[in-house]
Design a protein around this ligand. Structure first.
Ligand SMILES: O=C[C@H](O)COP(=O)(O)O
Length: 248
């Protein structure tokens, strides 16, 4: 059976307390018989505010990153245990913006994912090639290496989600063709099946990169796409609900 889809919003470094209104508005737009799970990952400063705004709704809340350690002398960082302690259920790790801005390696991302799972969170592990890597015919090499290096050995479909986000599609309005998405998602599925046997079929694989209401239905219909990781279009309730509706 295909995994239950997840539509996740990553607010990145956007949002002030007043933007909790978007979450309250989203809650009113969601139907009771949702065919997918819904998650919002606001900046750490808003986790409590958004948890409050989402209370009583189907909207889960997650972090955008965590440190690999539980606690200690790491100024400015936040641990998975802290995110869990607030009442969150998920955390994104290894987003390409963190890999680029903070030089995060596959090994570090794997350690963060392990820390997230140890804290009781679901880790959303991001992978994806740059434009130069795609143009150079290296997409599957790069994605395969990232999946192997970033997904913990102890990963299970209940504790780890993999998000494929081609870097060149993030925030650009450009998306891969459905055939390109199908190729990479099929490849990730095969890699996970090789490594985790029958459980490989049950991991959720999200697509991310310029998902919007107008393209969500066709992207979400691609084989082995079990939901979306949405950036810009998750900031406004009306846009995000338009994407969630791809499943209704
Ligand atoms: O985490 C989300 C992705 O980076 C996608 O961002 P975007 O929807 O703004 O392209």
């Amino acid at each position: 059976m295909a995994p239950r889809p997840l539509v996740a919003g990553n607010w990145k470094m956007n949002g002030l307390r007043a933007d909790a209104a978007e979450v309250r508005a989203l809650a009113t737009l969601l139907t009771d018989d949702l065919a997918c799970d819904v998650l919002i990952c606001p900046p750490a400063t808003l986790l409590t505010t958004i948890l409050d705004a989402a209370k009583g709704s189907a909207i889960a809340v997650g972090g955008q990153d965590c440190h690999a350690k539980v606690s200690g002398a790491h100024t400015g960082d936040i641990s998975a245990a802290m995110i869990k302690d607030l009442g969150c259920s998920h955390v994104i790790v290894g987003h390409s913006e963190r890999r680029t801005d903070h030089g995060e390696s596959d090994a570090l991302v794997r350690t963060k994912a392990e820390a997230a799972v140890a804290a009781g969170l679901v880790a959303i592990v991001c992978v994806g090639e740059t434009e130069a890597e795609r143009d150079g015919g290296k997409t599957l090499d790069v994605v395969g290496r990232q999946v192997l290096g970033s997904v913990p050995d102890a990963a299970t479909p209940a504790t780890v989600i993999v998000a494929y986000e081609p870097v060149w599609a993030i925030g650009t309005g450009r998306t891969p063709t459905e055939a390109e998405v199908a190729e990479v998602h099929g490849f990730i599925r095969a890699e996970l099946s090789q490594r985790f046997a029958a459980a490989g079929a049950e991991f959720r694989l999200l697509y991310g990169g310029s998902v919007k209401p107008s393209n969500a239905k066709s992207l979400m219909a691609v084989a082995n796409v079990d939901g979306a990781l949405v950036g810009g279009a998750s900031l406004k309730a009306v846009d995000f609900s338009g994407i969630i509706n791809a499943y209704n």
